[in-house]
Design a protein around this ligand. Structure first.
Ligand code: FPP
Length: 231
């Protein structure tokens, strides 16, 4: 059975998870970080090579200031504290997005975490931060224009995306039952299999990841072609 090489996840439902328990939304994000840790370990033990998690979109800055502040505190905590354990497991961290908008202290933690894990050969963990696929494609065109590339090919464009050098996602999972892409990896998911699960992100487990993979394995991927019947 083929294992997806690259799994991408839209982690959704932290707010609803907290609301169901009459807790502030930030409690959902806190639990969401615990789920990140669990799922990174699970993906790594299952043999997945690339895991991309959508943590903060270019649109998320529109949230209340207090929620953004709490997300930044969690991000800093994740980058400074949790990364040590993931480093021991061989995880290599890459951040996808326009990182210039983050505060200096977060930029420092981002650099430290990436430097710490850059020589690791285990799971490639991409965390999308201040990420928007349209912004990603636009910045790729800006860079290509600067370099005088007037006729880009698909592979040239791919090489200017944040996921440069990595295979496109085979499987895209979205939690919390919403059927939306939300400006995530628009170029890279052209042929990804999409799996929507009702579970809210804080409740998503290794078993749920395995179910998504089993479902993926039952799909017939044709990449726009046809599957020829045996004569
Ligand atoms: C969606 O829940 C969740 C996010 C905003 C992204 C995921 C963020 C985390 C798991 C925590 C922070 C991440 C890091 C790397 C420190 P929502 O708030 O949109 O939920 P709702 O749709 O139920 O309101």
């Amino acid at each position: 059975m083929t294992l997806p090489v690259h799994v991408a996840i839209i982690m959704d439902g932290n707010g609803r998870w907290a609301k169901k328990r009459s807790l502030p939304r930030t409690f959902g994000h806190k639990k969401g970080v615990k789920t990140i840790k669990k799922i990174v370990k699970a993906a790594s033990s299952l043999g997945i090579k690339v895991l991309t998690l959508y943590a903060f979109s270019t649109e998320n800055w529109r949230r209340p200031k207090s929620e953004i502040k709490a997300l930044m505190v969690l991000l800093k905590y994740f980058l400074s504290k949790e990364i040590g354990e993931l480093n021991k497991e061989g995880v290599k961290l890459r951040l996808l997005g326009d990182l210039s908008r983050f505060s200096e202290d977060i930029k420092i933690e981002i650099k430290k975490a990436c430097d710490l894990t850059c020589n690791n050969t285990g799971l490639n963990l991409n965390i999308a931060l201040n990420y928007g696929a349209r912004q990603e494609i636009l910045q790729a065109f800006e860079k290509m224009l600067k370099q005088g590339i007037k006729k880009p090919t698909e592979s040239i464009l791919s090489s200017f995306l944040y996921t440069e050098g990595q295979p496109d996602p085979d499987l895209l999972i979205r939690t919390s039952g919403e059927f939306r892409i939300s400006n995530f990896l628009l170029w890279q998911i052209a042929y990804s299999e999409i799996y929507i699960v009702d579970k809210l992100w804080p409740d998503f487990s290794k078993k749920d990841l395995e179910s998504a993979i089993i479902n993926f394995q039952s799909r017939q991927r044709r990449f726009g072609g046809v599957v020829l019947e045996k004569q």
